[in-house]
Design a protein around this ligand. Sequence first.
Ligand code: ADP
Ligand code: MG
Ligand code: MG
Length: 909
Amino acid sequence: MSTKTKYVYLFGGARTEGAASMKNLLGGKGANLAEMCRLGITVPSGFTISTEACTVFTERGRDAALKLIEGEVLEGVAFVEQEMGKKFGNAADPLLLSVRSGARASMPGMMDTILNLGLNDEAVVGLAAKAGNERFAWDSYRRFVQMYGDVVMGLKPVSKEDHDPFEVIIDMIKETRGVKLDTELDTADLKELVARFKALIRARIGRDFPTDPWEQLWGAVVAVFESWNNDRARVYRELNDIPEAWGTAVNVQAMVFGNLGDSSATGVAFTRDAGTGEDLFNGEFLVNAQGEDVVAGIRTPQQVSLVGSRRWAELAQVGEDERRAKYPSLEELMPEIYRQLLHAETTLENHFKDMQDLEFTIQEGRLWMLQTRNGKRTGAAMVRIAMEMLQQGMIDEKTALQRVAPDRLNDLLHPIFDPKALKASKVIARGLPASPGAATGQVVFFADEAEEWAKQGKAVILVRQETSPEDLRGMSVAKGILTARGGMTSHAAVVARGMGKCCVSGAGAVHVDPKARTMSIGEQVYAEGDWISLNGSTGEVFAGRIQTKDAELSGDFGALMALADRYKRMEVRTNADTPEEARVARAFGATGIGLCRTEHMFFEGERIVPMREMILADDEDGRRKALAKLLPIQRADFEGLFREMSGLPVTIRLLDPPLHEFVPHDEAGQREMAKEMKVPLTKIRMRVDELQEFNPMLGLRGCRLGIVHPEITEMQARAIFEAALDARAKGAVVKAEIMVPLVGTVREFNAQAKVIRAVAAQVFAERGQSIEVMLGTMIETPRAALVADSIGRQAEFFSFGTNDLTQMTMGFSRDDAGRFLPDYVKAGMYEHDPFRSIDQKGVGLLVEMAVNKGRAVRPDIEVGVCGEHGGDPASVAFFHRAGLDYVSCSPFRVPIARLAAAQAAIADG
Ligand code: ADP
Ligand code: MG
Ligand code: MG
């Protein structure tokens, strides 16, 4: 006997089949609608068509999918009819439906929703009569034709400068009527709109708008399935690593109406502040409005709570009298509804134990909840909400740690405006503090141009009237986003917070003219390319560039980090080449330096000169003379590092890059070098040519340099030992580790170790004192990983150089892979860029093997990683599982790695 797959799940007052736990099947929206019904919260009845139906649709096509679900959908509609006491398709008293997409992971605004489905020329008359409100019926109808025309029939703007064709018609009618707001259009205008919309559809696609409600319903269901594969959904999935295979569910639900007059409204709310994390219920609503009106920024939304309303008024520079008259809060306007809403938000937050993002509609004095989900928030809000919910006893320590996405700590580590520079700057406009942070950049008006400019290395601020999902890519590369319209829950605001990007929204004084590529504020006109700055925490817009300054760990952030340290097993070190970097990293909680690249010390200022002398020298003697000049410089640098990191390990890598990196390759540079060195240009040219390699990454570099020219290793070892003794003499506790790069065979390591030990003996003899220094190697060639047991017998520690290891194992040149890797990843050859997140199945295997081989011969061998991957949360989790003792990453990723390490330990149980 075969059991039939169930594709449709009911929710409503009488019966609910789904639950929050069924997100994979019902999508986030459907699962939570069902859960709200279970909690006794008032939700319009409906049903959810499962994501499995979407998969059938994608794989086997429309007819197969519809045949499978048809019977259950008919039953679903019958259920809603019974719940609402109205019939779908009954023109005299029509049941109207909304058709809403809903994937597993929330993708706000990414896919399409259709409202008021079931209306046609007869039903609109019935609806008007039943509601006793003709304007409402026609307003609903024009919205339906507009949404259906867009989503199902494909009437989109033609080009990026073009407007939505329906909005163009609306603007035309508004102009002839001399009105500004949608709400000012009367019934006759709305009838006119419907007629014109239909004519537009007919003219554009040669088909009439469907009048049969069932035809409308099937069309809408198919459109939602198809929307899973539209461009903006694809881009969103790409940016957020959502697999294509998940599919979307379709929610079909009875309509409730926020546009039934002044006792009706629609809104969105957050149980806590999504920008700062403050435990304050907040939200926005519009009276006599429907659907996305609040988010679309068509009218200025009102605040839900009185506190919020007063705060808003202050920012928007609206006086208290005007606020109360024109923009009263829901708390003032409909106190009883506000009380119910508070009850719902408390119930939902307590139930889901996380900050909720809510959608609601008020129909003639009755509150209906339309959606709840875990709200998107800034990194700062993530931290604060997690720590406060922990203090409030809502969640435990492990949950608090897991609530913060490590990467999002970036937001808190971002620079803020330098207070002094800020004082000297002029505020040119104010908007809403939609997403915190400081941004300074050049104005661009189009998302694709933001991308182009950013590619050229420019800092850009994307300025738009309002943003839409088409702007995603441009938003993701901009330093900040400024919109002229839209509230705290506008598309720009929600998306920017999700990205941790600075955003000021609804700066009403800003007039954007996309055709002229200018924005004007009062008399002042700003053109594309002009510099402006944004403060996303206050909503201020400034003229010009403003200096920024680094953030610090404190408050909830500091507490979260302390908590992370209690759970993590791995240490987090930093990659630092200067005492200044070491200081920053130590403040961020680094417990050592995992990689000091000595060569970086040679590039600065005058130092390059003796380095070049060494490279130009004809013989060992000449090289030694030049190296003697470098010695005191290196010694001082190392001493500074040892003192800054007193008590903590400092791992110093011997010279690694090919020598040609230190000489100029252009004619002008070579001339200058010739003049400075007092040698003929031809000599420089010859030497540069000699140093040229076809594949420098596989050439004379790493320990190969020290083996060919032992005097280089000698100088560096001497600098390290002398610095260690000097720092100790000044009171520092020195824990130095010398690291030999690019080893492939134990003989290379032994050869370098011999040189280093000989120098140590000499220095100790000269100084009459000695110091313990560990001697280890990098594991960064595949061969080193393969023979790690033989190397481990000699080396006291391993540090995985996963950049080189990835490059050599995968055969991708790091310098050239940028040309094809993005396309390659898009084509699914690899799941992600292996230089960003370690290739666990391949390169990772080498790491695991080398750890095991090393431990087998030297049980207490210290193993760490110092490639870029040390700051990537997924890689950090992998290194934890592989049993590494520490990861090392750039100073600004240290907190991220600490949290990722704690999460990895928690996941490990
Ligand atoms: P999104 O996933 O983009 O948030 P939704 O499916 O939530 O899209 O729909 C967008 C808006 O449409 C909702 O916020 C709500 O205001 C309105 N809406 C959806 N379904 C209904 C309904 N049954 N009755 C009234 N309004 C609805
Ligand atoms: Mg929604
Ligand atoms: Mg390397």
